[in-house]
Design a protein around this ligand. Structure first.
Ligand code: ARG
Length: 472
């Protein structure tokens, strides 16, 4: 079965495209998201053709204003698209020509859809990276406020999901802050990487019209131009970097979501989430489920999947442009939306959460101080491996008798060199204060980390102001 629509490229064709091919090749239903970026790219291209004298001043004006009108009409809800429009780029050119006539037919001079798409998509990715950066900053701000409030709230730190050593909740939350700081920088780097102007690359060999690519770059907020036209229309590594920033952020959030879900279980009781970020059960009236964090954990799967999808889709595509590359859009649209939602949920759910320091304290067992006892033995001259064994014996005895280490009788402690004296030095507070090493959980170290985090936020907001001013 064939359709008889006439495409802008239909000159050499006798028959229309089959419905089957159309179903996978037409992309307007998703790439209409690129409208504003396509319009900005085309306006810059028209101006540069004007500077070359290829278009007259009136033609440039008609094109620039015509494009602006299309953008505002569609944004206001007008449905200007036709079923015969293959993608947003073709649609805009067709509507423009319908509206302004002959000048519209000149817009594509010296340009291919290959460099046109690369331009619009780079602008889109930059814009999304900018938004993710803003969302991350807001989340970091929330995390820092809670960390600051709970800088001295003592809780068990875990390895292998088993109680390991005392830490503070503030210290734990600062680990999230600094992980998000790296995520934020990754989005910045992805934004920079996408920041080269590919217009002027033509289909693959470079445009035959010597447009000033640097001027266009400045107009579009790019920091430079792509160095090689084949590279410019072929590669999507900069998209992969963006998707990778999304996927890594997904894994960061997923791990914290997992901890928070666990901590909200009755067995832990460290935290309670608000009604707004939880849901009930259709059958069990007692249930309050931490859906926000569960979904955050679950959605990380699609963020990783989107990165994988594009890696696989591009790895076999021969240079330069191959239609495979059209598959770059949907994973990005999905990841961009997912990241935006996840950052909002994480922020809101944490802002609303109630932490329970009393329950954290109640769950601490004195076995968390075993390493401190070994360290104290080292201080008094015992080799660490021997100290480890001595304390291990004591811990074994405590576990077998179902008691805490500090509850064992003096006779047990007498097998530890200077045991009775050392026992008096063991406390959660003392354990924390021994760890004022840079990065540690000691109170002075946590203070320094809080200050460092505040500095990161200040730098981050300066950067945000700068990139917001750039528009995209
Ligand atoms: N919609 C296509 C894409 O996003 C446009 C590029 C088509 N280029 C071409 N030479 N057929 O990749």
């Amino acid at each position: 079965m064939t359709t008889t629509q006439s495409a802008l490229w239909a000159g050499r064709f006798d028959a229309g495209m089959s419905e089957a091919l159309r179903a996978i090749s037409f992309s307007l239903h998703f790439d209409r998201k690129l409208l504003v970026y396509d319009v900005r790219g085309s306006q810059a291209h028209a101006r540069s053709l004007g500077r070359l004298g290829v278009l007259s001043e009136q033609e440039v004006l008609a094109i620039v204003e015509g494009l602006e009108g299309i953008l505002s009409d569609i944004e206001a809800g007008a449905d200007l698209y036709l079923p015969s429009d293959e993608d947003v780029h073709m649609a805009v050119e067709r509507i423009l020509t319908d509206r302004i006539g002959a000048a519209g037919r000149k817009l594509h001079t010296g340009r291919s859809r290959n460099d046109q798409v690369a331009t619009a998509f780079r602008l889109y990715v930059r814009d999304q990276a900018r938004k993710a950066h803003a969302g991350l900053l807001a989340l970091q701000e929330t995390v820092l406020a809670i960390a600051s409030e709970h800088r001295a709230t003592t809780m068990a730190g875990y390895t292998h999901m088993q109680q390991a050593q005392p830490v503070t909740l503030g210290h734990y939350l600062l680990s999230l802050f600094f992980a998000l700081e790296r995520d934020r920088r990754r989005f910045c780097e992805a934004r920079d990487r996408a920041g080269r102007n590919p217009l002027g690359s033509g289909a693959l060999a470079g445009s035959a019209f010597p447009v000033d690519r640097h001027k266009v770059a400045i107009e579009l907020g790019f920091s430079g131009v792509t160095e090689n036209s084949i590279d410019a229309v072929s590669h999507r590594d900069w998209v992969l970097e963006y998707l990778s920033a999304c996927a890594i952020l997904g894994t960061t959030l997923s791990r914290y979501a997992e901890d928070f879900v666990t901590w909200s279980a009755a067995e832990f009781g460290y935290v309670t989430f608000s009604d707004q970020y939880t849901s009930g059960s259709s059958m069990m009236p007692n249930k309050k489920n931490p859906d926000g964090f569960e979904l955050a954990r679950g959605k990380s799967g699609r963020l990783v999947g989107n990165l994988t999808a594009l890696m696989v889709a591009t790895k076999g595509a021969p240079l330069t442009y191959s239609r495979d590359l059209q598959e770059d859009k949907e994973p990005v649209f999905d990841s961009a939306q997912t990241v935006e939602v996840l950052l909002g949920i994480f922020r809101g759910a944490l802002q609303d959460a109630t932490w329970h320091p009393d329950r954290m304290l109640a769950r601490l067992t004195d076995l968390l101080l075993a390493t401190d006892l070994a360290d104290l033995l080292v201080d008094s001259g015992v080799a660490f491996r021997d100290a480890h064994h001595i304390v291990g014996t004591l811990v074994g005895e405590a576990s077998r008798s179902g008691r805490g280490m500090l509850e064992l009788p003096d006779s047990s402690w007498q097998s530890v060199p200077e045991g009775i004296a050392l026992r008096g030095k063991l406390s959660f507070e003392a354990s924390l204060s021994r760890r004022n090493i840079e990065g540690g959980t000691g109170p002075e170290s946590v203070e320094r980390q809080l200050a460092q985090a505040a500095q990161c936020l200040a730098q981050g907001s300066l950067l945000q102001t700068k990139i917001d001013r750039g528009g995209f």
